[in-house]
Design a binder for this molecule. Structure first.
Ligand code: PAF
Length: 289
């Protein structure tokens, strides 16, 4: 595995591969890699000639009161995991290379960035879109891979790719889960043992809500009440930021689940913010009624 730290070298190396007609699969990450990331790496390897993984903890996507300073870092562990997956290139730039002095350009994907997590993390998706656009320009991928766990992020990146005519296929891959259903996330490492056990309530709530919708309950009031009740059964939940049903395309909250819908939750257990989601089709759609 080649380690590249300088954007210009990454750009030129990618150019060499493209010139030889090789496709580039790209997995952007902030490190602290887990099976969720590695599933993206395996998919990228399967579908491309060259696989590039980036590790860059992007300061621009963290708010002033967020966890930038304590975000988990495991450089040796990450490098070893990527070596074992036979990744071709690890791109690990410094912040000063990504945001040189005087940097002042930002990407704003309007509307999609304001709702769900965007309402609670102002500026977060502006930071994500800006760094992903930069990484795309540097790595020059044919395909880029994102986990469904960060569904809003993936939708925003797909929209940016479309709006800016980037010739990149942004691929959304399934969420990887622990045995008790908890969506894998680097932030799960913040949870103590009791909190970790409590966190399983999120996926349980999403599964039970999916069943509720499939049984024919499709009005938003009933669904929202049901989700809140299920989550409130867990006393360690400190705050529910949102728990509802949204359009998977526009991310608008739905009045009724008449076709495909996104069930999404964001909450805090102790100080740790966790998100998860599931896509669901209503019973009406399945029965063709
Ligand atoms: O999902 C992440 O880890 C980050 O938001 C990303 C896409 C690497 C951008 O910093």
């Amino acid at each position: 595995m080649e380690l590249i730290r300088i954007p210009r070298i990454m750009h030129d190396t990618a150019g060499g591969h493209l010139l030889h007609g090789r496709s580039i699969g790209f997995v952007p990450t902030m490190g602290a890699l887990h099976e969720g990331h590695l599933s993206l790496v395996r998919r990228a390897k399967m579908e491309n000639d060259i696989t590039v993984v980036s590790i860059f903890v992007n300061p621009m996507q963290f708010g002033p009161a967020e966890d930038l300073d304590k975000y988990p870092i495991d450089m040796d562990g990450d490098t070893e995991k990527l070596r074992r997956e036979e990744v071709d290139i690890l791109f690990m730039p410094d912040a000063s290379h990504i945001y040189p002095k005087g940097f002042s350009t930002h990407i704003e994907v309007e509307k999609l960035s304001d709702r769900l997590c965007g309402a609670f993390r102002p500026g977060h998706f502006r930071g994500v879109a800006t760094v992903v656009a930069k990484l795309f320009n540097i790595v020059r991928p044919t395909r880029a891979y994102f986990g469904q766990k960060d569904f809003q992020q993936a939708v925003i990146i797909k929209k940016m790719v479309k709006d800016l005519d980037m010739a990149i296929d942004a691929v959304i891959c399934p969420t990887m889960r622990e045995n008790d259903g908890l969506a894998m996330s680097s932030r799960n490492s913040y949870l103590n043992a009791r909190e970790r056990k409590a966190a399983a309530v999120i996926s349980k709530c999403l599964i039970q809500t999916t069943e509720l919708i499939k049984s024919g309950i499709i009005d938003i009031e009933s669904i929202r009440r049901f989700m809140k009740e299920k989550l409130s059964e867990e006393p360690l939940i400190a705050e529910i930021e949102y728990a509802s049903v949204y359009s998977p395309e526009t991310l608008d909250e739905l009045d009724r689940v008449e076709k495909g819908a996104l069930l999404a939750v964001a909450l805090k257990i102790g100080k740790t913010r966790l998100i998860d989601n599931m896509l669901v089709e209503s019973q009406n759609k399945i029965a063709g009624r």
